[in-house]
Design a protein. Structure first.
Length: 422
């Protein structure tokens, strides 16, 4: 495959940006490839700077549930742009988006729009600390909640990919208050609460983990988190940056029937633009300035262009809820193809990861048994056959509403060919 333009661009980029990228996982370090520079994308396809075409299963790490350059989203964004890019003031679109969020995720009685998933989770944690007056938080090994200091502890996603579970540059004092439990192990949470229960402000969790690869919650795990946080007066924060509007209009909390106190949203809610949100019970969110004393702000929070994209995407999902059963059907076909090839797969809805380990992957430790080199070989084989998957074993494949049956059939064929070679 000719990727000379990407190679040339990458050489320039490396002189200008750390690793030549604006987010580490894009560097493709663990799969031994030059990152492709994307020229344009439409529907289920992306096209690189050398004109190579791929069926895209990264979908920008989740936002593009309706595929790339959806006409309705593009039209809404173009209209919004003509009315000005940013006001730094209130506008009707943010009211409409807040109503959509609240309508679909009723546990979010009040919501604050922000600009990234990192900001959403960071702010939800601050709200929990402000509301409870407590300082400690609990997170889970292998979960990733963005790059705010206190959450860069035994993280997933790029931290796991790089094999650097904690980040340099984060003072120990900033992470001393972060307690770490094992995902899918309620007893590890109980043990922390027995020691620190009255000091714990919140448990923050990906209700279906997707940053150590896809690791769904085992039966009773989320219910146990709900019970123990209620018992000790701590809050339960669902990081639904990936699962929100991905696992259904009501996200993971609707799917699993467990209601958190606070929820962080991102990716899909922004329609592909820099927009995220956090929200929850009125009495908690009223701690947030200007009502309460927990400060959180943002120049581009609720940006009208980003809000237009978010509204257009959520409107379409609300109007076509059958999209979710279609996503499930398509992703199930891919799962079958992997399983028929003998591969080890976790899938939840339209999230899927193939794991190169013989162990069932249910937590960080089992995820870490994966053969990274084998995943890299798998990634390169898919790429050579025109399939663009996540350049890391510890991410998800995302399917969109516009992946056609032909796309899925082609993908399954390639999987059966490539996986057999292992
Ligand atoms: P952002 O700050 O990247 O918008 O969101 C952070 C975040 C928060 N919570 C969860 C569950 C997330 O998955 C993320 C970000 N996801 C990664 C991919 N696993 C983004 C890709 C990247 O870092 O480049």
């Amino acid at each position: 495959m000719d990727i000379r333009n990407s190679e040339r661009l990458y050489e320039r980029a490396k002189k200008l940006m750390p690793g030549g990228v604006n987010s580490p996982v894009r560097a493709c370090k663990n799969v031994g490839c030059t990152p492709l520079f994307i020229d344009h994308a439409k529907g289920s396809r992306i096209y690189d700077a050398d004109g190579n075409e791929f069926i895209d299963y990264v979908c920008s790490w989740g936002p593009n549930i309706l595929g790339h350059a959806d006409e309705d989203i593009i039209s809404a964004v173009q209209t919004a742009c003509g009315k000005g890019l940013t006001y730094g003031a209130c506008h009707e679109g943010e009211v409409e988006l807040a109503e959509r969020i609240k309508r679909n995720i009723p546990s979010i009685e009040l919501v604050r729009l922000v600009s990234s998933g990192t900001e959403a989770v960071m702010s939800a944690v601050r709200a929990a600390r402000g509301f409870t007056g407590r300082d400690r938080i609990v997170k889970f090994e292998g979960c990733y909640h963005g790059h705010s200091d206190g959450l860069l502890v035994r993280g997933g996603s790029g931290l796991l990919t790089a094999g650097v579970p904690d980040s340099a540059g984060v003072p120990k004092a900033f992470t001393d208050l972060t307690l770490v439990a094992r995902y899918n192990d309620a007893a590890s949470v109980s043990a922390l609460f027995e020691s620190f229960g009255e000091e714990i402000a919140a448990v923050v969790v990906e209700p279906c983990a997707a940053n150590m690869g896809v690791v769904p919650p085992v039966e009773g795990f989320l219910e146990a988190l709900r019970e123990i946080t209620l018992r000790y007066g701590a809050l339960l924060i669902f990081d639904e940056v990936i699962t929100g509007f991905r696992l259904g209009l009501g996200g993971a909390q609707e799917k699993y029937g467990v209601t958190p106190d606070l929820t962080a949203l991102g990716k899909i809610v922004g329609g592909g633009m820099p927009l995220a949100a956090y929200g929850g019970r009125t009495n908690i969110m009223e701690c947030i300035a200007p009502v309460g004393s927990v400060y959180q702000a943002g120049t581009l929070s609720g940006n009208p262009v980003a809000v237009a994209a978010g509204n257009a995407q959520l409107k379409k999902l609300e109007e076509q809820p059958q999209i979710y059963s279609e996503l499930d059907r398509k992703c199930a076909a891919i799962e079958r193809a992997f399983r028929e090839s003998g591969a080890n797969v976790n899938r939840e809805g339209s999230l899927l990861t193939v794991f190169f380990t013989d162990m069932a992957v249910t937590d960080y430790d089992s995820a870490k048994t994966c053969d990274i080199a084998a995943y890299a070989e798998h990634y390169r084989r898919l790429l050579s056959e025109g399939i663009y998957a996540a350049p890391s074993q510890f991410e998800a494949m995302f399917v969109s509403a516009v992946h056609s049956d032909e796309d899925i059939e082609r993908t399954c064929e390639v999987i059966k060919q490539t996986a057999k070679k292992f």
